[in-house]
Design a protein around this ligand. Structure first.
Ligand SMILES: Cc1cc2nc3c(=O)[nH]c(=O)nc-3n(C[C@H](O)[C@H](O)[C@H](O)COP(=O)(O)OP(=O)(O)OC[C@H]3O[C@@H](n4cnc5c(N)ncnc54)[C@H](O)[C@@H]3O)c2cc1C
Length: 293
């Protein structure tokens, strides 16, 4: 038997009513990695580094669902997409994530890579030989798992969602600039499928071409759209890391852009440093750290 609320949730909730938990949270402890507010950089406590033991510290409790695995598909080398049935009442915004429960204490967070418009719920992950991934690998079509969610504040800024009538570069709304490090592409895929008419430039960095999940699909999306521009770079195949020249060359209104950096903690930090060197204001930058990479 395993409980509906995992131990970390109890711990988090108990501690969040104390000054100690507030301090841990605000100072970047393990608790922080379970907090949806902090992940989206929207947590007022984390931002202010204050220490009030208030309910805002809690990760919101979201419904649990039992869902069946419908299919698995290779999305890149050692990278698998898992398609789960979408519960009827499960609503989410492109950019949000779920917690996937395989067994007691075997829980990982995954951005939803499918768009809300698509029939199934899809997540995509690098298949490493970790305890969690070994268990995930053994899942067979028809097997059930539990998910909790959706969580997270990451979503596309409203003003650029407006339908465009003109080509790339003519829209006055702030352009969206996506900076994806490897598997950090997952929430971007959801956003791109949700808002196909948006003015978006995606910089997609991988070590090798064969590591780049959804590459063919993204290339096709670019061919079909006047507003979506894809720039790939393969850093172990003579490609450069994403840099300011690359951004300035490819994004006409780069000073006005809203930037989204998603990937490993190291990738996100280097993108934030780059953007700050380019004098992009912090309020123009949204991030999601895939802690665990
Ligand atoms: C919001 C969000 C969205 C994400 N979306 C995705 C996604 O779409 N695709 C994807 O592949 N991944 C995603 N991740 C990352 C995912 O949750 C896993 O962390 C990642 O896949 C690595 O899992 P693993 O089983 O391979 O490694 P793990 O076995 O989980 O180990 C990862 C690292 O954490 C360390 N570690 C393990 N347990 C602990 C512990 N108790 N305390 C401290 N350190 C520990 C390990 O030493 C290792 O360095 C997301 C993470 C977040 C927070």
């Amino acid at each position: 038997m395993w409980v509906q609320i995992p131990p970390w949730a109890f711990t988090h909730r108990a501690h969040s009513s104390t000054v100690r938990a507030s301090a841990l949270h605000a100072e970047g402890s393990w608790f922080e990695s379970r907090c949806a507010h902090k992940r989206s950089e929207a947590c007022p406590v984390a931002n202010l580094r204050s220490c009030f033991g208030v309910q805002i510290l809690q990760r919101p409790q979201m419904p649990f669902y039992s869902v069946k695995l419908l299919a698995k598909k290779e999305a890149a080398e050692k990278t698998t997409a898992f398609f789960f049935e979408k519960p009827k009442n499960f609503k989410f915004i492109a950019g949000q994530f779920i917690s996937l429960y395989l067994k007691k204490n075997l829980i990982h967070d995954f951005s939803i890579a499918s768009s809300p418009k698509e029939k199934d719920l899809m997540i995509t992950t690098r298949m490493r030989p970790s305890v969690f991934k070994n268990s995930l690998k053994k899942l067979k079509t028809g097997n059930g798992v539990k998910i909790e969610g959706p969580f997270g504040q990451l979503s596309l800024h409203r003003s650029s969602r407006a339908k465009l009538t003109t080509g790339h570069g003519k829209n006055k709304k702030p352009p969206a600039v996506f900076l994806a490090g490897g598997i950090g592409i997952t929430p971007f895929r959801s956003m791109l499928k949700s808002f196909p008419d948006m003015k978006i430039t995606l910089f997609y960095s991988n070590r090798r071409k064969k590591d780049a999940a959804f590459l063919e699909e993204l290339e096709n999306l670019e061919k079909q759209s006047n507003n979506f521009k894809l720039i790939t770079t393969m850093t172990r195949e003579k490609g450069k890391h994403i840099n300011s020249e690359m951004i300035k060359e490819n994004v006409k209104d780069w000073r006005k852009g809203i930037y989204y950096a998603i990937g490993s903690t190291g990738f996100v930090q280097s993108m934030v440093n780059l953007l700050s060197e380019m004098k992009i204001k912090p309020e123009q930058i949204k991030t999601e750290n895939f802690s665990g990479y």
